[in-house]
Design a protein around this ligand. Structure first.
Ligand code: SUO
Ligand code: CP
Length: 312
């Protein structure tokens, strides 16, 4: 593996999940693998889990870490080829990416969707520019269209908690006061396509994700119908995709409740708005897998970094 930009960059999801579960038993067993090497984490957006779990994964592998909140502390980057840089942007990504790759052996980047220009978001400007101009592996820590480290952590969590060979997994849209990206949902769907599961997506009409992402997936607009006999319910808000980045529905009837959840396990990537996306009774119950998901972020990052280090 050269870069980890999407879940499909893994040679095998199943083998990677097993490798992560093995790593988890003795997290520092490959402490020498990263010795003398450095990972640079660049954040264009806020984070709790991604920042700390990726750093923790690096520590477990003996890697040194340098972190920068690029969004607030870096020079504003220009991405356009041939731009006359007489406006606000001080540095071209061509230089920035090459400079970073002189200081680090791997670069990991968080750069969310702007949610105003669909075409620009789907072009994955930041990740692709670093991939082009930095001659080191690039790891996606949530980009415009994907969050593959989250999806891998979710796959580990599903594997550890499933009781049936072919579980029923439901991705259920939830209301949210702000416009949120599609990245988490997109990567979860891409990951579920690689699983042996009965997978159902439920959301209000008009809240379809990118049809290329959900191609072949079962979509049921009646949430109650979709949730029947579910083993796992993955809840996530995303803003409208057709009316790109708009909040067109805040119907609280879509909030996940204990009653709707039934006997299923509840999953969410966090951070979560309590009593908007999901009620307290679910978050505080032993049906919630959120803490396990967050814990597995470390092992998802670690198994990815381990595979990248081996190929350096
Ligand atoms: N990385 C996990 C989720 C990050 C982001 N959520 C957020 O921005 C929530 C912010 C808020 O609740 O105001 C998202 O949905 O993609
Ligand atoms: N789940 C997740 O990516 O969390 P952060 O945004 O806090 O990193």
């Amino acid at each position: 593996m050269k870069h980890y930009l999407q879940i499909n960059d893994l040679d095998s999801l199943q083998q990677t999940v097993q490798e992560a579960i093995e790593l988890k038993k003795e997290p520092t067993q490959f402490k020498k693998l990263g010795a003398g090497k450095t990972i640079c984490l660049l954040f264009f957006n806020n984070s709790l889990r991604t920042r700390l779990s990726t750093q923790k994964a690096a520590i477990n592998l003996g890697l040194d870490t340098i972190v920068m909140n690029f969004g607030s502390e870096g020079w504003q980057l220009e991405f356009e080829e041939g731009a006359v840089m007489d406006q606000g942007k001080a540095e071209h990504v061509k230089e920035a990416a090459q400079v970073v790759s002189q200081y680090a052996d791997i670069v990991a980047i968080r750069a969310f969707a702007g949610l105003t220009d669909k075409e620009a978001d789907e072009a994955e400007l930041v990740l692709n520019a670093f991939k082009k101009y930095a001659n080191i592996p690039v790891v996606n820590m949530e980009s415009s269209v994907g969050h593959p480290l989250q999806a891998l952590a979710d796959a580990i969590t599903l594997e550890e908690n499933k009781t049936a060979q072919k579980p029923k997994v439901v991705l259920s849209w939830a209301p949210h006061p702000r416009a949120l990206p599609h990245a988490v949902a997109n990567s979860f769907v891409a990951m579920m396509k690689l699983q042996d599961a009965d997978f159902v997506i439920t959301h209000p009409e008009g809240y379809e994700l990118n049809p290329e992402v959900t191609k072949g997936c079962k979509i049921v607009h009646d949430q109650e119908e979709a949730l029947k006999n579910a083993n796992f319910v993955y809840v996530k808000n995303w803003s409208n995709y057709q009316d790109y980045g708009q909040v067109k529905n805040t119907d609280s009837n879509w909030m996940m409740t204990k009653e709707k959840l039934g006997k299923a396990k509840f999953m969410h990537c966090l951070p979560v708005r309590r009593n908007v996306v999901v009620e307290d009774a679910v978050m505080d119950s032993d049906q919630s897998l959120c803490m396990e998901q967050a814990n597995n972020r470390t092992f998802a990052a670690q198994v990815v970094l381990k595979q990248l280090l081996k190929d350096l």
